[in-house]
Design a protein around this ligand. Structure first.
Ligand SMILES: Cc1cc2nc3c(=O)[nH]c(=O)nc-3n(C[C@H](O)[C@H](O)[C@H](O)COP(=O)(O)OP(=O)(O)OC[C@H]3O[C@@H](n4cnc5c(N)ncnc54)[C@H](O)[C@@H]3O)c2cc1C
Length: 392
């Protein structure tokens, strides 16, 4: 991502991080990921090794046991994981969900959770926002949290909640005030830290969703789940901001994953174009084969610059909402374009699972839809950057 800027003092450290992540990922080859995909398995060993090496705690400050580095370094980790052929969706949330605890947690919550998240003793890999009937219109979510004594009682339903079966903790967004009684659409929602094991069978039911990729996503049903009041994260009624504050880091990191996927596809496509011979010559000798690869390469490299810009703004504590969104949109479109070219370059073999391309092709498609869809990014830019009327 920043390899070519030799004057940047961070470069050497980021290059070391990249090398170390590459070496770790080499132990888990593409056949490992193929097996996971085939059997809907969870790569526990991989996630543990990545955590033990400190890579998933990159963003946690040193005082809480993490590395205290920035999103620029975290993005390099995620990019390399994806470039190796792995599926970073199995663990990326461990990196950024904790940002809400870091920024909005009380000192007691931070000391209780962050060191154990950094060490891997606690996995905070899950966040419950999306609901079946509200979709992208998060402010209209219907899951309720009613205060009763020292507890909040949760009722409602969530959908597409990923990795919850492989998490100890989940951040949950629920409604604490009726929407008719709030001044702003974003008021009246609160964020909670849920102890998943304690909740399971005591008001929380989890049902896995069969889906196109191995993302471990589930439907959740809440029926009078009791959560201790001390697990409220941030102020009651201001939970939308607690979740929203973590979203810029999430978008930049997902964008970095897409850059990694894009580079994976370009590596594979150009290698195959060099070696595959048809009509007595390498297929890459044909402009009809090499130009689309070169074009996709250009798109991925351009997206990478926006990822870097957004990461640097975030790390400097500056506003980066539009850059983070643009990075996510550009990178998800670039990785999809690179995946399409890689499929086309491989001809029929692209469909063979042993070539791994079809798996990555499915995986990278997600990022034009989640965590935010392209249309919602465009409407954000139109309204908040270009000052056009709100379209919804
Ligand atoms: C594999 C997977 C994993 C996920 N993991 C999680 C998770 O861990 N936690 C979590 O909370 N959520 C998760 N999600 C949910 C994800 O964030 C949502 O799917 C995403 O935000 C889109 O919401 P939706 O599916 O309800 O689509 P909808 O909101 O129903 O939108 C459908 C389509 O309509 C378009 N659209 C809607 N409104 C407008 C408008 N006003 N203008 C223009 N276009 C519009 C959208 O862009 C989209 O293309 C996951 C989803 C998937 C598929």
């Amino acid at each position: 991502m920043v390899q070519e800027n030799q004057t940047d003092p961070k470069i050497e450290q980021i290059d070391h991080i990249r090398d170390a992540v590459r070496q770790l990922c080499q132990k888990y080859g593409e056949d490992y990921w193929l097996e996971m995909d085939r059997n809907h398995g969870y790569p526990t060993e991989f996630v543990k090794e990545l955590t033990d090496a400190g890579f998933l705690g990159v963003l946690i400050p040193e005082q809480y046991g993490g590395s205290g580095l920035g999103v620029l370094e975290a993005a390099a980790v995620m990019e390399e994981v994806c470039r190796s052929g792995a599926h970073a969706g199995v663990c990326h949330a461990q990196m950024y969900v904790m940002g809400s605890v870091l920024r909005h947690g009380s000192e007691a919550q931070k000391s209780a959770y962050l060191p154990r998240i950094a060490s891997g003793e606690l996995r905070l890999q899950s966040f419950g926002v999306t609901e079946p009937t509200t979709g992208s219109d998060t402010t209209q979510l219907k899951t309720t949290a009613r205060k009763e004594g020292n507890n909040y009682i949760i009722n409602g339903q969530k959908v597409w909640i990923s990795r919850i079966e492989h998490s100890d903790l989940m951040l949950l967004l629920a409604r604490t005030t009726d929407p008719t009684k709030v001044a702003r659409r974003t008021d009246g929602l609160s964020t909670f830290i849920v102890d998943v094991k304690a909740a399971l069978g005591n008001g929380l039911e989890i049902r896995p969703i069969e889906s196109m990729i191995n993302h471990h996503s589930c439907e959740l049903f809440f029926d009078d789940l009791h959560i201790p009041a001390e697990n409220l994260l941030g102020e009651e009624g201001k939970g939308f901001k607690v979740i929203l504050d973590g979203m810029n880091a999430e978008r930049v990191l997902i964008a970095a994953e897409c850059v990694g996927d894009g580079r994976y596809f370009i590596d594979k496509a150009s290698a195959y174009a060099r070696e595959r011979e048809v009509f007595n010559r390498a297929i890459g000798q044909n402009q009809g084969v090499q130009f689309p690869i070169a074009r996709a390469y250009t798109q991925v490299e351009a997206a990478s610059l926006m990822v870097e810009k957004a990461a640097r703004l975030f790390d400097a504590g500056l506003a980066c909402g539009s850059e983070a969104n643009m990075a996510k949109m550009l990178a998800s479109e670039a990785s999809w374009a690179a995946g399409d070219v890689c499929m086309q370059t491989h001809g029929g073999f692209a469909f063979a699972k042993e070539y791994h391309i079809e798996r990555k092709f499915r995986e990278t498609r997600l990022y034009q839809i989640a965590p935010i869809s392209t249309n919602l990014i465009l409407s954000y830019l139109a309204e908040h950057v270009l000052d056009m009327p709100r379209s919804y």
